[in-house]
Unconditional design. Structure first.
Length: 88
């Protein structure tokens, strides 16, 4: 099929250069590039962007973390007792 399309000058120069390198006619090179472009999977730009989390220093811990589970248990027990006292 014959058709007329407009191609940017820089792009056309690159296509001509590649067609000479691969020893193909300009028509075959354009067809090859179009097929390759149409066969490529579409990339979701939102999904491909990397998320960078901002990091902040929290300083030194206020408590000794070597016994973190025991501390957690104690804090949980205190909270349960506080809630129970409020329901009286």
């Amino acid at each position: 099929m014959r058709t007329t399309i407009r191609i940017d000058d820089e792009l056309m120069m690159e296509i001509k250069k590649r067609s000479r390198q691969e020893n193909l006619s300009l028509t075959k090179m354009i067809s090859k590039l179009l097929r390759r472009g149409l066969a490529a999977p579409e990339v979701d730009k939102k999904a491909s962007r990397r998320h960078r989390e901002q990091v902040f220093s929290m300083g030194e811990p206020a408590v000794d973390l070597t016994k973190a589970l025991a501390l957690s248990s104690t804090l949980e027990d205190e909270e349960i007792l506080r809630k129970m006292s409020l329901r009286k």
